[in-house]
Design a protein around this ligand. Sequence first.
Ligand SMILES: Nc1nc2c(c(=O)[nH]1)N[C@H]1C(S)=C(S)[C@@H](COP(=O)(O)OP(=O)(O)OC[C@H]3O[C@@H](n4cnc5c(N)ncnc54)[C@H](O)[C@@H]3O)O[C@H]1N2
Ligand code: MOO
Ligand SMILES: [Mg+2]
Length: 418
Amino acid sequence: MSLMRKPIPVKEAVQLVMDHAQIGGSEKIPLDQAYGRVLKEPIIAKHDVPPFDRSPYDGFAIRAEDSKGASGENRIHFQVIDEIGAGHLAKRGIEKGEAVRIMTGAPIPENADAVVMLEQTIEQENAFSLRKAFDAGENIAVQGEDAKEGEVLIEAGALIHPGTIALLATFGYAEVEVAKKPVVGILATGTELLQVHEELTPGKIRNSNGPMIAAQLSRMGIEYKSYGMLGDNLDACMEMVEKALAETDVLITTGGVSVGDYDYLPVIYEKLGAKVLFNKVAMRPGSVTTVATLGSHLLFGLSGNPSACFTGFELFTRPALLKMMGGKKPYLPRMKATLGEDFPKPNPFLRFVRAVWEMTEEGPVATPAGFNKSAAVSSIARGNCIIVLPNGTRGYTKGMEVDVLLLGVEEGVAQWEL
Ligand SMILES: Nc1nc2c(c(=O)[nH]1)N[C@H]1C(S)=C(S)[C@@H](COP(=O)(O)OP(=O)(O)OC[C@H]3O[C@@H](n4cnc5c(N)ncnc54)[C@H](O)[C@@H]3O)O[C@H]1N2
Ligand code: MOO
Ligand SMILES: [Mg+2]
């Protein structure tokens, strides 16, 4: 196997992965499990919202024409014939000079066409007076003003967020048709790895990538199967990868993808007969990120270096999984920000810098989150975004405009310009 690898541009690598991310079928699930899933059917208004004219205030429903001529000097009096809270109907419609005491959300009684707020009245027993004339329709929440029956409100392919859940509930969707989620496995490789609860011993470090990837998946609402961690042993790793592939659609490994003596993933891909889409990307960190396919399976060989592993996931694994889940906006949202401090190191490759962005009076400012090498773990912990620095021969200085990818945002964008 040649040690020389040809780096491909990030954009091309993302496209290759996305071209191979196959969309699964759909399934019906209960509404209370639908958050974070992707709609397979559009939401079409099954009825008007609101379904009836209703009061937007606590007050009195009147006939506007009865309030004509009202003023401070000429208060007009109404007879209160009924009293309704939300959920109740008036016993009968109102006639001239009559009113119904009505609470927010209650249906407007027949013949009424305006609502007077309680604060606009002086009350007497079973009566009140007001000092201003009302227009027909004043303070009425009109049937269908929010949504009209038959209207397409949300397209298929949209992410289900809490607002979407509210709309689905409004129309009585106890179940909803969503795209299936891929089954994802995680396997950490490295003889140096200890479990989180283990004490450090010479030459060893704790497995931080496994738990990190698990949380990156959790943030996307994807459950995972953990295949634990294995030492750099070709046979053991091969066996575990085969087992994992039999049980998952997507397998994410970390470590062992570079050119080292104990980097066995390249050999494993070869032995499996997997098609390697790329094994070198013109980016830092994460240049060794390798993605392969085997049948409909996707194999993500993320780097062992924590920042590279993190970045490889956000750039390649995340959008591919979102596409597999039916998402139309699989990419991290992007914005412009001012660079908060110098980044003097020139980039032979496109560089992704873990950073913190915050809003200032001058607009968003993004500042690198400290030690930013591929092996860094502290800056991934501090960062809430990734600054994208195009490759070039010069470094970047404070105050320059840069592009930033936002992390942890519920819904992304449909396209990426990297
Ligand atoms: N001769 C070359 N050496 C290296 C190259 C290269 O092109 N030529 N690439 C370097 C780059 S860039 C990276 S990134 C790393 C990638 O290494 P691997 O993906 O093969 O990962 P490992 O060798 O297994 O480990 C690298 C590093 O990460 C630590 N690690 C591994 N797994 C974990 C984990 N689960 N949690 C925390 N840390 C982990 C491991 O101890 C190593 O320090 O290769 C460079 N070398
Ligand atoms: O793949 Mo390495 O992360 O470029 O640094
Ligand atoms: Mg290695």
